[in-house]
Design a binder for this molecule. Structure first.
Ligand code: BTN
Length: 250
């Protein structure tokens, strides 16, 4: 894929900027917006996303996955998570890198990257996607916040060395391009890889639903639409979608 990369010194949010751009003109696939300093980045549930200016990566990518049915939109999460996984694996030789369902990357049980995909649908098809990626590259510390379930980390903190920011961006773009092509032809291969990399897969975990129910269970994998399959006591399988359930502190 051809990327058209635009790097800004400062933006409030690369996702908002790209969404507005796509609403005002017709964009080609592959437009990438990067902000060296992002002042009002946001993540899932509109939570603020803080990246250190000039140290971390805040980027958004525009795609038109018109080959995907609206019901398969979760596959966008899958291919982006795997591109991030491969990028991290390239730069961090040994740590334990996992994908936390549905869209975080963890290194040694700490959160190193988050993904926020904002889709537009046209009847049963995916019209376009703004894929926001926040990757902690060279941050040396994070504000202390005891409520983190998965404390933040960065590539710098895990490897104890700085990484050339542009090299990480280029590698990530090349992995995104590669995995997007695989998505077009072999989505099931990606789905399997994603399942194999799921954090917590071999442990018994505590879950809490959005309506306050708590239970223990084991992750079995994901459904074709991205629901988390959990085996709860008494061998009952339940499926949850991303805002319905959270992992409890363990
Ligand atoms: C999350 O973990 O909740 C997702 C975080 C996504 C943050 C990125 S940074 C670049 C892009 N612009 C934003 O405002 N958010 C995403």
């Amino acid at each position: 894929m051809q990327f058209s990369l635009k790097i800004f010194e400062e933006l409030s949010s690369t996702n908002n900027y790209l969404k507005q751009l796509s609403e005002t003109r017709s964009l080609q696939e592959g437009v990438v917006i990067v902000a060296r300093k992002q002042t009002r980045g946001y993540g899932q549930k509109k939570a603020p996303w803080i990246s250190q200016p000039y140290k971390d990566l805040a980027m958004s990518l525009f795609l038109k996955p018109d080959f995907l049915n609206a019901s398969d939109f979760f596959l966008m999460n899958v291919f982006v998570s795997l591109a991030l996984f491969e990028t991290l694996k390239h730069f961090l030789p040994s740590p334990d890198i996992k994908i936390k369902w549905s869209n975080d990357l963890l290194v040694n049980d700490k959160k190193i990257a988050g993904i926020l995909i904002e889709n537009r649908f046209l009847t049963t098809k995916l019209l376009d996607s703004v894929i926001g990626i926040g990757l902690n590259i060279n941050s040396e510390s994070f504000p202390r916040n005891l409520s983190y379930k998965f404390p933040p980390t960065s590539m710098f903190l895990e490897a104890r060395k700085e990484f050339p920011w542009e090299e990480v961006l280029n590698r990530l773009l090349s992995e995104l391009g590669k995995h997007y092509e695989i998505l077009k032809t072999s989505p099931d291969v990606l789905r399997k890889q994603y399942e194999n990399l799921l954090w917590g897969k071999k442990q018994t975990l505590r879950f809490k639903t959005s309506y306050g129910e708590e239970f223990s269970g084991n992750i079995l994998g994901i459904t074709s639409s991205g629901g988390l399959r959990v085996l709860v006591k008494s061998n009952e399988e339940r499926v949850f979608y991303s805002k319905e359930v959270e992992f409890e502190t363990f």
